[in-house]
Design a protein around this ligand. Structure first.
Ligand code: SAM
Length: 177
Protein backbone atom coordinates (compact mmCIF):
# COMPACT_ATOMS: atom_id res chain seq x y z
CA UNK A 1 0.00 0.00 0.00
CA UNK A 2 1.40 3.38 -1.03
CA UNK A 3 -0.05 6.63 0.30
CA UNK A 4 1.24 10.01 -0.87
CA UNK A 5 1.24 12.98 1.51
CA UNK A 6 1.28 16.36 -0.24
CA UNK A 7 2.38 19.06 2.21
CA UNK A 8 2.32 22.85 1.81
CA UNK A 9 -0.63 22.90 -0.61
CA UNK A 10 -2.01 26.40 -1.19
CA UNK A 11 -5.35 26.03 -3.03
CA UNK A 12 -4.97 29.26 -5.04
CA UNK A 13 -1.28 29.01 -6.02
CA UNK A 14 -0.71 25.24 -6.22
CA UNK A 15 -3.97 24.13 -7.81
CA UNK A 16 -2.41 22.86 -11.03
CA UNK A 17 0.71 21.28 -9.58
CA UNK A 18 -1.16 19.49 -6.76
CA UNK A 19 -3.60 18.17 -9.37
CA UNK A 20 -0.60 16.83 -11.28
CA UNK A 21 0.82 15.24 -8.10
CA UNK A 22 -2.55 13.47 -7.66
CA UNK A 23 -2.73 12.37 -11.30
CA UNK A 24 0.81 10.96 -11.25
CA UNK A 25 0.18 9.23 -7.92
CA UNK A 26 -2.95 7.57 -9.34
CA UNK A 27 -1.57 6.67 -12.78
CA UNK A 28 1.72 5.30 -11.48
CA UNK A 29 0.30 2.99 -8.82
CA UNK A 30 -0.20 4.81 -5.49
CA UNK A 31 -3.43 3.91 -3.65
CA UNK A 32 -4.43 7.23 -2.15
CA UNK A 33 -3.26 10.77 -1.44
CA UNK A 34 -3.60 12.95 1.64
CA UNK A 35 -3.38 16.70 1.04
CA UNK A 36 -2.67 18.90 4.07
CA UNK A 37 -5.19 21.63 3.20
CA UNK A 38 -8.85 21.12 2.25
CA UNK A 39 -9.56 21.76 -1.44
CA UNK A 40 -12.93 20.46 -2.55
CA UNK A 41 -12.36 21.39 -6.20
CA UNK A 42 -9.22 19.26 -6.27
CA UNK A 43 -11.08 16.34 -4.66
CA UNK A 44 -13.91 16.60 -7.21
CA UNK A 45 -11.53 16.83 -10.16
CA UNK A 46 -9.71 13.63 -9.15
CA UNK A 47 -12.96 11.83 -8.22
CA UNK A 48 -14.30 12.59 -11.70
CA UNK A 49 -11.13 11.19 -13.35
CA UNK A 50 -11.26 8.03 -11.20
CA UNK A 51 -14.96 7.65 -11.94
CA UNK A 52 -14.40 7.59 -15.70
CA UNK A 53 -10.91 6.12 -15.98
CA UNK A 54 -11.21 3.55 -13.17
CA UNK A 55 -9.41 2.36 -10.07
CA UNK A 56 -10.04 3.22 -6.44
CA UNK A 57 -7.70 6.20 -6.00
CA UNK A 58 -9.00 8.88 -3.64
CA UNK A 59 -8.05 12.26 -2.18
CA UNK A 60 -8.50 13.10 1.51
CA UNK A 61 -7.41 15.97 3.74
CA UNK A 62 -5.55 16.05 7.06
CA UNK A 63 -2.94 18.28 8.70
CA UNK A 64 0.53 16.89 7.86
CA UNK A 65 1.73 16.80 11.50
CA UNK A 66 -1.19 14.58 12.47
CA UNK A 67 -0.56 12.20 9.55
CA UNK A 68 3.17 11.90 10.22
CA UNK A 69 2.86 11.39 13.97
CA UNK A 70 0.13 8.75 13.64
CA UNK A 71 1.61 6.86 10.65
CA UNK A 72 1.80 3.12 11.29
CA UNK A 73 4.29 2.23 8.58
CA UNK A 74 7.39 3.53 6.80
CA UNK A 75 7.79 7.22 5.92
CA UNK A 76 9.81 8.28 2.87
CA UNK A 77 10.34 12.03 2.38
CA UNK A 78 11.44 13.05 -1.13
CA UNK A 79 13.94 15.90 -0.96
CA UNK A 80 16.98 16.95 -2.96
CA UNK A 81 18.97 16.90 0.31
CA UNK A 82 18.39 13.19 0.99
CA UNK A 83 20.23 9.95 0.25
CA UNK A 84 20.25 8.71 -3.37
CA UNK A 85 17.12 6.77 -4.37
CA UNK A 86 19.05 4.08 -6.23
CA UNK A 87 21.06 3.24 -3.08
CA UNK A 88 18.00 3.05 -0.79
CA UNK A 89 15.21 1.65 -2.95
CA UNK A 90 15.73 -2.02 -2.07
CA UNK A 91 15.49 -1.21 1.68
CA UNK A 92 12.35 0.85 1.05
CA UNK A 93 10.76 -1.91 -1.05
CA UNK A 94 11.07 -4.32 1.90
CA UNK A 95 8.51 -2.25 3.87
CA UNK A 96 4.70 -2.27 3.80
CA UNK A 97 2.36 0.66 4.17
CA UNK A 98 4.64 3.36 2.81
CA UNK A 99 3.88 7.05 3.12
CA UNK A 100 5.65 9.12 0.44
CA UNK A 101 5.92 12.79 1.41
CA UNK A 102 6.35 15.55 -1.19
CA UNK A 103 6.57 19.26 -0.45
CA UNK A 104 5.71 22.50 -2.19
CA UNK A 105 7.72 25.42 -0.81
CA UNK A 106 10.21 25.15 2.07
CA UNK A 107 9.64 21.92 3.98
CA UNK A 108 9.78 22.21 7.82
CA UNK A 109 12.73 20.60 9.64
CA UNK A 110 10.32 18.37 11.59
CA UNK A 111 9.47 16.47 8.39
CA UNK A 112 13.14 15.54 7.87
CA UNK A 113 13.36 14.34 11.47
CA UNK A 114 10.19 12.28 11.71
CA UNK A 115 10.66 10.55 8.31
CA UNK A 116 12.28 7.10 8.30
CA UNK A 117 14.33 8.21 5.32
CA UNK A 118 14.98 11.35 3.30
CA UNK A 119 15.49 10.40 -0.33
CA UNK A 120 16.86 12.41 -3.23
CA UNK A 121 16.25 11.87 -6.89
CA UNK A 122 19.40 13.63 -8.02
CA UNK A 123 20.72 16.35 -5.70
CA UNK A 124 19.43 19.06 -8.04
CA UNK A 125 16.24 21.06 -7.42
CA UNK A 126 13.35 20.06 -9.69
CA UNK A 127 9.71 19.20 -9.05
CA UNK A 128 7.50 17.14 -6.74
CA UNK A 129 5.73 15.75 -9.82
CA UNK A 130 8.96 14.43 -11.35
CA UNK A 131 10.28 13.20 -7.98
CA UNK A 132 7.09 11.25 -7.27
CA UNK A 133 6.94 9.76 -10.78
CA UNK A 134 10.52 8.52 -10.57
CA UNK A 135 10.07 7.19 -7.05
CA UNK A 136 6.97 5.18 -8.04
CA UNK A 137 8.69 3.88 -11.15
CA UNK A 138 11.64 2.55 -9.14
CA UNK A 139 9.33 1.24 -6.42
CA UNK A 140 7.06 -0.69 -8.80
CA UNK A 141 9.93 -1.57 -11.17
CA UNK A 142 7.75 -0.91 -14.20
CA UNK A 143 4.73 -2.94 -13.02
CA UNK A 144 2.66 0.27 -13.09
CA UNK A 145 2.75 0.15 -16.90
CA UNK A 146 0.66 -3.02 -16.79
CA UNK A 147 -1.81 -1.91 -14.11
CA UNK A 148 -5.47 -2.44 -15.08
CA UNK A 149 -7.80 0.37 -13.98
CA UNK A 150 -11.00 -1.20 -15.40
CA UNK A 151 -12.62 2.19 -16.02
CA UNK A 152 -15.50 2.90 -18.38
CA UNK A 153 -13.10 4.87 -20.56
CA UNK A 154 -10.14 2.98 -21.98
CA UNK A 155 -7.66 4.09 -24.58
CA UNK A 156 -6.86 1.77 -27.43
CA UNK A 157 -3.20 2.50 -28.09
CA UNK A 158 -2.79 3.67 -31.63
CA UNK A 159 0.05 4.79 -33.86
CA UNK A 160 -1.71 7.85 -35.29
CA UNK A 161 -5.25 8.16 -33.95
CA UNK A 162 -6.93 8.96 -30.65
CA UNK A 163 -9.07 5.89 -29.97
CA UNK A 164 -11.20 5.47 -26.87
CA UNK A 165 -13.41 2.58 -25.89
CA UNK A 166 -16.36 4.10 -24.02
CA UNK A 167 -17.93 1.12 -22.23
CA UNK A 168 -20.78 3.02 -20.54
CA UNK A 169 -22.02 4.70 -23.71
CA UNK A 170 -21.46 1.55 -25.77
CA UNK A 171 -19.20 3.46 -28.11
CA UNK A 172 -16.46 1.15 -29.23
CA UNK A 173 -13.31 2.38 -30.83
CA UNK A 174 -14.75 5.89 -31.10
CA UNK A 175 -12.37 7.98 -33.13
CA UNK A 176 -12.13 11.32 -31.38
CA UNK A 177 -9.96 13.27 -33.82
N1 SAM B 1 13.14 24.29 -1.68
C1 SAM B 1 12.22 23.37 -1.11
C2 SAM B 1 12.81 22.75 0.15
O1 SAM B 1 13.77 23.22 0.64
O2 SAM B 1 12.26 21.76 0.63
C3 SAM B 1 11.80 22.34 -2.15
C4 SAM B 1 10.85 22.88 -3.18
S1 SAM B 1 10.53 21.78 -4.54
C5 SAM B 1 9.86 22.86 -5.74
C6 SAM B 1 9.05 20.92 -4.06
C7 SAM B 1 9.23 19.47 -3.75
O3 SAM B 1 9.75 18.76 -4.87
C8 SAM B 1 10.16 19.13 -2.62
O4 SAM B 1 9.58 19.34 -1.37
C9 SAM B 1 10.45 17.66 -2.89
O5 SAM B 1 9.44 16.82 -2.38
C10 SAM B 1 10.44 17.60 -4.43
N2 SAM B 1 11.79 17.63 -5.00
C11 SAM B 1 12.35 18.62 -5.70
N3 SAM B 1 13.58 18.30 -6.09
C12 SAM B 1 13.83 17.05 -5.61
C13 SAM B 1 14.93 16.14 -5.70
N4 SAM B 1 16.05 16.45 -6.34
N5 SAM B 1 14.82 14.94 -5.09
C14 SAM B 1 13.68 14.59 -4.43
N6 SAM B 1 12.61 15.41 -4.33
C15 SAM B 1 12.67 16.62 -4.92
Amino acid sequence: MITVLRIGHRPQRDKRITTHVCLVARAFGADTIIVDRKDVTLQETIASITDRWGGTFSVSFQPWRKVLSAWDGFIVHLTMYGLPLEEEISTIRAHDNILVVVGAEKVPREVYEISDCNISITNQPHSEVAALALFLDRYFQGAQFRKEFCGSLRIIPSKREKLINDVVNQKRKAKII
